[in-house]
Design a protein around this ligand. Structure first.
Ligand code: IPE
Ligand code: MG
Length: 259
């Protein structure tokens, strides 16, 4: 909630003002399966190549003045995939953190894994807890990994936690404002995303950051996630810079012209 209020790109937009680099970029990492299929490879190898793309993106983002990166790794709906593929996806956080946690820690990256812990193995929960604990002191760059995450599930969980606070006498129903509700979400500590990128040619949110996406700019790119890298991120930032963000208001010049 506080993070949202402090968010520097919010507020009255100025016409002609240069669009600031987005502070918070969120990415739906999509297209691993198609990438593998194009090469006659099993889908699991597409997912592994997707982890390499994540590494490239995490490395490129701070150089492009991005401070928060939220990536969609596994959705609450992905459980409906074949069990073998679910197992392969479940193995990816271990693969990623085992190879990169030392570098993330050293480079000032704070890692948070957002999403439900129910359904994850004890081993995976421990890997997640370790990654979060090892990087908890960092504040140069914030990496949120959405894993076993669904926007609707998170809103439902937030509503349940607020209801629990009401039942316990810690809150009143009339206390609930948008800002207060945001404080119950898994992303409570992050500003809302300025830019949501979806590669692979699909044009939908697929239950990603539904509440948080209210004023995000959406950029869709025709590249499969395993091929993603710094150049694609730069192109997405260029598209973002050309957008006119008004947050439901009118720009100052138009107010004067109308007056
Ligand atoms: C993204 O790639 C990985 C996850 C959704 C977990 P996909 O597996 O969705 O790849 P496509 O969409 O089949 O190409
Ligand atoms: Mg997909």
């Amino acid at each position: 909630m506080a993070a949202q209020e402090k968010h520097p790109s919010a507020g009255a937009p100025q016409k002609g003002a240069e669009a600031p680099a987005p502070l918070h970029v969120a990415v739906v990492m999509d297209g691993n399966g198609r990438w593998a299929k194009q090469r006659g490879l099993p889908r699991s190898l597409g997912h592994r190549a997707g982890v390499e793309a994540l590494k490239r993106t995490v490395e490129a983002a701070p150089k492009l003045n991005i401070r928060w990166l939220t990536v969609f790794g596994f959705s609450t709906e992905n459980w409906s995939r074949p069990a073998t593929e679910v197992a392969e996806l479940m193995a990816l956080p271990k693969r990623y953190f085992e190879s990169d946690i030392v570098r993330l820690e050293r480079e000032g990256v704070r890692v948070r894994v957002i999403g439900r812990r129910q359904g994850l193995s004890k081993e995976l929960v421990k890997i997640i807890d370790d990654a979060q604990a090892r990087t908890a002191h960092n504040d140069r760059f914030f990496l949120n990994v959405a894993f076993n995450y669904g926007g609707q599930a998170d809103i439902a969980d937030a509503a349940r936690r607020f209801a629990e606070d009401v039942a316990a006498g810690r809150a009143e129903p009339s206390d609930l404002t948008e800002a207060r509700f945001q404080g119950y979400l898994a992303t409570a500590d992050s500003p809302p995303p300025d830019l949501i990128i979806r590669p692979s040619g699909e044009q939908r949110l697929s239950n990603f950051l539904l509440w948080e996406a209210a004023y995000a700019e959406l950029v869709f790119q025709d590249v499969l996630w395993p091929d993603y890298g710094e150049e694609h991120l730069k192109a997405a930032l260029q598209a973002f810079a050309a957008r006119d963000r008004r947050y439901g208001a009118v720009v100052a010049d138009d107010v004067l012209a109308a007056g």
